[in-house]
Ligand binder design. Structure first.
Ligand SMILES: [Zn+2]
Length: 340
């Protein structure tokens, strides 16, 4: 059984090529954070190794179980946010990381039928690392499956992208998510509605928020308060925040990027209000604050800042200086009046 929902447009094709015993050598799993890319990647690793034969993973054989528990010797994850030899956190995937894992892959799989390499996030590969991987993608050894996970495929080398089959994961339909939360996760209807709306179709986010109780929702509140405060503040506070976010970025990239995604949603809401489309607003619990800020801004300012946030996310993916990129972003944030 596949463990992701709402991605039938991908699963139909995947199942067909698996059942013919001909999965691709490399896939690129693309989609917003928490939409289910990692779940699908793990499912694919199971699908090619499952003892019930290639196809949707059974989820209960020894291969499927060991992969799910992260104990399978032939399934390797290359990632960041883990300590390097000096004990500080890695923010890029280095050529040594890729070479190490490929060296092992060229030996035959010894526990399952396939060796699987999962690279997450793939846009964190330095250029030399990506080029090292490219050689393997050009002449893939048999019984190897390479899975690249990314929120931003544009940040990957075109030569890498062209050699992978692309799997675009879509946000889950809201009603489907509400149904799943109620029927399979014992959520009250009102809570399910709220989580589905705030998750923007990313089921993983909703499940994490559910498991953490109010933790994630509280974090969202804090982030929005911080954004409101800084948009009313002068340069000193803005540079302090840029500094904090850059420091956080070097420890936990995804946390800083998640903040910026939150900002994007906020500014997109401002634009919707400005354009008279308030019914599509995401942060409905803060409508009054949104309306008040929207009246102080021109559409041009809002669109301009949205573009700047997108540029910043891209700069961070390109491994540009995070501090500099964030400082420039703060300079460009239009000043809002403090509430009277
Ligand atoms: Zn199985």
């Amino acid at each position: 059984m596949w463990q992701i929902y709402g991605q039938d447009h991908l699963l139909t094709h995947l199942e067909a090529s698996l059942k013919q015993g001909r999965p691709g050598h490399a896939y690129m799993l693309v989609g917003p954070p928490n939409v289910g890319k990692m779940t699908l990647a793990i499912n694919l690793a199971q699908a090619v190794n499952c003892l019930q034969g290639m196809g949707p993973p059974c989820g209960s054989c020894v291969q499927c179980t060991r992969i799910e528990q992260g104990q399978h010797a032939d399934v390797r994850i290359v990632t960041i946010n883990m300590p390097d030899d000096e004990g500080s956190n890695r923010t890029v995937i280095r050529i040594e990381d890729i070479r190490d894992v490929l060296r092992q892959v060229y030996l035959n799989p010894f526990e399952g039928a396939y060796s699987v390499v999962l690279i997450d996030p793939a846009e964190s590969m330095r250029e030399d690392a990506a080029n090292a991987l490219l050689k393997t993608l050009e002449e893939p050894p048999p019984q190897v499956l390479i899975l690249l996970i990314t929120t931003n495929e544009e940040a990957l080398l075109p030569t890498i992208r062209s050699r992978c089959r692309s799997l675009q994961l879509l946000p889950l339909n809201k009603n489907l998510m509400v149904d799943k939360l109620i029927s399979e996760h014992d959520t009250q209807p009102e809570e399910a509605e709220r989580l589905a709306r705030l998750s923007r179709g990313c089921f993983g986010w909703a499940l994490t928020a559910l498991a953490e109780g109010s933790g994630l929702l509280h974090q969202r509140e804090e982030e929005l308060d911080r954004l409101a405060l800084v948009s009313q503040s002068g340069m000193d506070s803005r540079f302090t925040l840029a500094n904090e976010m850059a420091t956080l970025f070097y420890q936990d990239r995804s946390a800083t990027k998640e903040s910026l995604y939150q900002w994007l949603r906020w500014w997109r809401d401002l634009l919707l209000i400005k354009e008279g489309a308030e019914e599509y607003v995401h942060n409905t619990d803060r409508s009054a604050q949104l309306r008040s800020q929207a009246t102080q801004l021109t559409t041009g300012q809002i669109v301009g800042f949205i573009k700047r946030v997108l540029d910043t996310l891209e700069a961070l993916d390109r491994n540009a200086s995070a501090r500099l990129a964030l400082e420039v972003l703060m300079l460009d944030m239009p000043l809002a009046a403090a509430p009277s």
